[in-house]
Design a protein around this ligand. Structure first.
Ligand SMILES: [Zn+2]
Length: 275
């Protein structure tokens, strides 16, 4: 591949050169890079999730965990039914959903790994405050998984690794000797799933948009989304920013996009009955 074409490919995911390695995000129809098979990433995610489940202090607040599961099940069902009713491939057909509540009041975060493994941290609960707020953050995280953002990120990583391999060969294998000595890179793995590092700007906007749609289809009041952003801004005061509130796009731009999308989504994606 000529260098110019390669840059075009990496930079914009223009798929003309490698059509087979791209897919389309449901609903937004954005073309995305997709080299890594979903089954591979889901398997890795399930293993990482088990590790986190075993090492974390899980909350014994059964009432809240049940609430998280109830909201999650509604979102699962709404996503399912939406794609079935519209005669579209269901992007969650291979998901094996699971939910944990981690007892850590300092972390105001939640995430959904590829394949539907979801964690909520107890520190998020005063921010989300009610079911609509919790559904807003969970909807956003589920949207990252539905839109296969981790596959896209890992696929870009493969392209970066092709470059790294070339450097490795040139340096006589110094890089691979280092990674063998240090073993598995756990933080790299978590980064791959978007847990300790936010997704890119386009993916964040897309997760905001799709998250509103999934919460609305599930019967939640999506206008609450704006209020949790305001509560979060007050609570954070410049401290660590959790994934769902990543700094890109900027908070101001994000709230204005959400405000623009909400009325349209409430009309276009009303609650699915009997969920
Ligand atoms: Zn996000």
């Amino acid at each position: 591949m000529k260098r110019r074409n390669f840059i075009k490919f990496v930079g914009t995911c223009c798929c003309s050169a490698l059509l087979y390695s791209c897919s389309t995000v449901p609903i937004t129809e954005r073309r995305q890079l997709s080299i890594i098979p979903e089954s591979v990433l889901n398997r890795q995610a399930a293993a990482a999730y088990e590790k986190i489940r075993n090492k974390s202090k899980l909350s014994d607040d059964k009432k809240t965990l049940n609430k998280i599961k109830t909201i999650g099940k509604k979102i699962e069902e709404a996503v399912n039914q939406y794609f079935i009713k519209n005669n579209l491939d269901n992007p969650t057909s291979s998901f094996d959903w699971d939910y944990i509540l981690i007892d850590n009041d300092k972390i105001k975060n939640a995430w959904c790994m590829p394949g539907g493994k979801i964690a909520v941290y107890s520190g998020l609960l005063p921010i989300t405050k009610n079911d609509d707020g919790l559904a807003a953050v969970m909807g956003h995280e589920v949207a990252h998984a539905v839109a296969k953002h981790s596959i896209e990120r890992a696929s870009r990583g493969v392209l970066v690794n092709i470059g790294t391999a070339a450097v490795d060969i040139a340096s006589g294998g110094a890089l691979s000797r280092t990674s063998r000595a240090t073993g598995v890179n756990v933080s790299g793995m978590l980064r791959k799933f978007g847990i300790d590092n936010p997704f890119n700007r386009k993916q964040e906007s897309e997760a905001d948009y799709l998250g509103l749609i999934f919460s609305s289809l599930s019967g939640f009041e999506i206008r609450e989304t704006i209020l949790i952003w305001e509560r979060m801004q007050k609570a954070q005061k410049g401290k660590n920013i959790p994934e769902w509130m990543s700094t890109h796009p900027s908070t101001k731009k994000r709230i204005s996009s959400l405000n623009k999308w909400i009325p349209e989504i409430m009309l276009k994606y009303p609650p699915i009955k009997n969920i």
